[in-house]
Design a protein around this ligand. Structure first.
Ligand code: DC
Length: 248
């Protein structure tokens, strides 16, 4: 490449980086039921960030595919539906994210175990990932965010000011998820939760596209031996350090 072209390429790179750097972003990745959403929501409140639950987007696509009889691994059938899917992430007066499919609030429905499995399957499809990428990046361009998912630090926001990979041993995660589902009145058993979770982790980490893994430079937060408050304070310590250091 000639010198002027190299200079132009550098300017483009710097301006792309600048767009994302105007706002603070925290990327929080990890396996299912690691406690990411609970911790991210609390941290958002403490640090004045917008919490973006990206799993809700994949779940809403999964729900739409299910309702329209598209097999979750049938790439062509799911891709055909994408242009008609109207996703909207709204925030209620308490700052809680609500997921809308068209005018319908599907926030609670997408938490059902059947939709978890569907979401994991559709999320392995290239057209689905491409369809949702810009929505996620746009949130980070417009707001200071803490965004949780599987590929936030690796793909969606590789320049995030802080990348955290939150995990815990499977037994600890399954026990927490079981209590959460029962608390929401969803009938299940500990065995079913463990089976579903392990299957999902396997799908999410073995898929070809944007698999679940810790991003380069991510801080690992293993909460197996931690209660909720200790996990939260550990995450907050990471975020405080980011803020003190002035990184965005
Ligand atoms: O975070 P969650 O459990 O609500 O996510 C549901 C599924 O969506 C998960 O099994 C994999 C997929 N997902 C993804 O592939 N990438 C993300 N950034 C978030 C979720």
């Amino acid at each position: 490449m000639a010198l002027p072209q190299i200079a132009a390429a550098c300017r483009r790179l710097i301006s792309v980086r600048f767009i994302y750097m105007e706002h603070r972003s925290v990327a929080l990745d990890g396996p299912a039921a690691a406690g990411k959403s609970t911790m991210a929501r609390r941290a958002a409140g403490r640090f004045g960030l917008i919490y973006v639950d990206t799993g809700a987007l994949y779940r809403a696509v999964g729900l739409y595919a299910l309702r329209n009889n598209a097999g979750p691994k049938d790439e062509q059938a799911v891709a055909r539906l994408l242009p008609e899917i109207k996703l909207d992430m709204r925030y209620d007066e308490n700052g809680m994210q609500r997921m809308y499919l068209g005018d319908e609030d599907v926030t609670d429905e997408i938490r059902k175990p059947q939709i978890s499995a569907y979401a994991s399957d559709v999320s392995a499809l290239a057209p689905v990932r491409a369809f949702l990428l810009e929505t996620q990046r746009e949130m980070a361009r417009k707001h200071d965010v803490i965004m949780d998912g599987r590929d936030i630090g690796t793909v969606v926001l590789p320049d995030a000011g802080l990348k955290v990979f939150m995990t815990a041993q499977p037994a600890a995660r399954a026990a927490r998820r079981y209590l959460e589902l029962i608390g929401k009145g969803i009938e299940t058993t500990p065995e079913e939760v463990m089976r579903e979770m392990e299957q999902r982790d396997k799908n999410d980490s073995e898929r070809a596209l944007a698999p679940l893994k810790a991003a380069d430079g991510a801080l690992i937060l293993d909460t197996t031996e931690m209660g909720p408050d200790e996990s939260f304070e550990s995450l907050c310590a990471f975020i405080s350090n980011m803020m003190i250091s002035g990184v965005r």
